[in-house]
Design a protein around this ligand. Structure first.
Ligand SMILES: Cc1ncc(COP(=O)(O)O)c(C=O)c1O
Length: 411
């Protein structure tokens, strides 16, 4: 095989992959309709319609649209009664918003390890981290791959905990044939730019619990109640409302999503099959019970020995030179300086005494050996490459195989 592009060889490809968000005049029409309506915020038609349509898409009864995925998770937690002094178990292989949502709700995130093949929360590890202060488990469908909901739910039920789903990456993903989002008490989605359904920024919760829905609605709308007036505030809430522009963009995106999902499914299945022929490359496994990933990320673990001991950063640099955009992915969240340098929970006057002073998450690495290992030898491809052609998938496979075969030559 030819010389690696990182060493001056010819790259596998130089054409770009499909753009994200996609080029689509429908977005402009959607925005124009809102502009012309002169109703850009609350009391417009788009927000309510989007909530109805998104709830239906998620096979849930209710949805509340809001400003971000982090806010959605915070809404889900708060509306479920999680707050001051509660501990919430989360996996450390996730975006920081999963954890900061807990902290913003007044709770303390506690990290439990992930499974070696699915990269998702390990139900037994979650159970091992339960203390008398634990009130909730927040599973994250990482990369769009549903976590083992039945097993995590069984742990939650056994210990009287609430189950929240972080669905920020998992629009349309299915667990035992059912859409994710309302499999626990509530789920939070993100519509940030990179997400499979996006409006630049934005988020939503879905739930089948009417009381939780009404609380979340009030919380995101300054404490108003649905049947009340504009200056009728029954609880302390905030302005976390989505604009009509975002809702209109999302309604258009939602109409396109099923077709995009089918294409991602097709390409992901093909790509995973082809990658199984490259030595030492292991795509993210389906968690037990997961029947459809949203393929927000195509996560690959690699065997360091088969890649001449290369770090993930070097693998990603070699792939970039070949024309394949990849990412090294997350560090264990507790290693981010925001956590590793300590969180001063005394800033939160409601935090229980045990948390006063700096909590440094020093034990997290010992508790999460699988996450430690996986972060050192994995990389991601993004969902937008899965909207390409079979030839695009072949290029990805060729580039990964080339880097593997010449790994010892990577500088
Ligand atoms: C797993 C996960 N959780 C939470 C979030 C937070 O979403 P947002 O960036 O919309 O606040 C994100 C997205 O960035 C995410 O990927």
């Amino acid at each position: 095989m030819a010389k690696l592009a990182i060493n001056g060889g010819v790259p596998v490809r130089s054409e770009p992959f499909p753009a994200w968000p996609p080029d689509d005049p429908g977005y402009l029409e959607a925005l124009k309709a809102v502009l012309d309506s002169k109703v850009w915020g609350v009391l417009g038609q788009q927000g309510e319609a989007f909530c109805r349509e998104f709830a239906r898409f998620c096979e849930a009864e209710f949805a509340v649209a809001c400003t971000s995925g982090t806010v959605a998770l915070q809404l889900a937690l708060r509306a479920a009664g999680i707050g001051a002094g509660d501990e919430v178990i989360i996996p450390p292989y996730t975006f920081i918003g999963s954890a900061t949502a807990c902290i913003a709700a007044g709770a303390v995130p506690v990290f439990a390890d992930i499974e070696p093949d699915s990269f998702n929360l390990d139900p037994a590890a979650a159970e091992a981290m339960i203390t008398p202060r634990t009130s909730a488990i927040m599973g994250v469908h990482i990369g769009g791959m549903p976590f083992n909901v039945d097993a995590v739910k069984a742990v939650a039920e056994k210990h009287g905990l609430v189950l929240i789903e972080d669905c920020a990456q998992a629009h349309g993903a299915e667990y035992r044939g059912k859409k994710v989002g309302a499999l626990g008490i509530a789920g939070g989605f993100s519509f940030q730019s990179s997400k499979n359904l996006c409006s630049g920024e934005g988020g939503a919760i879905v739930t089948n619990d009417r009381e939780l829905y009404e609380r979340a609605w009030s919380l995101h709308n300054c404490g108003r109640v649905m049947e009340g007036g504009w200056y009728d505030h029954r609880m302390l809430g905030f302005n976390w409302r989505m604009t009509e522009f975002q809702a209109a963009i999302l309604r258009h995106g939602l109409r396109k999503l099923p077709e995009q999902m089918a294409l991602r499914d097709d390409n992901a299945i093909y790509l995973r099959e082809q990658l199984s022929q490259v030595a030492g490359v292991y795509p993210q496994a389906f968690s037990e019970g997961a029947t459809r990933s949203a393929w927000h990320l195509l996560i690959c673990r690699y065997d360091r020995e088969a890649f001449a001991g290369l770090s993930r950063e070097k693998v990603v640099a070699a792939l970039a030179a070949e024309g394949i955009p990849a990412s090294a992915g997350y560090n264990p969240l507790y290693r981010e300086p925001a956590f590793a340098e300590g969180i001063d929970y005394s800033e939160f006057p409601w935090a229980p005494q045990i948390y006063k002073g700096n909590v440094r998450y020093e034990e997290a690495a010992q508790n999460c050996p699988v996450c430690e290992e996986l972060c050192s030898c994995s990389f991601w491809l993004y969902q937008s490459v899965l909207l390409g052609s079979k030839k695009d998938m072949d290029d990805i496979v060729e580039a990964i195989a080339k880097v593997q075969a010449h790994a010892a030559e990577v500088p």
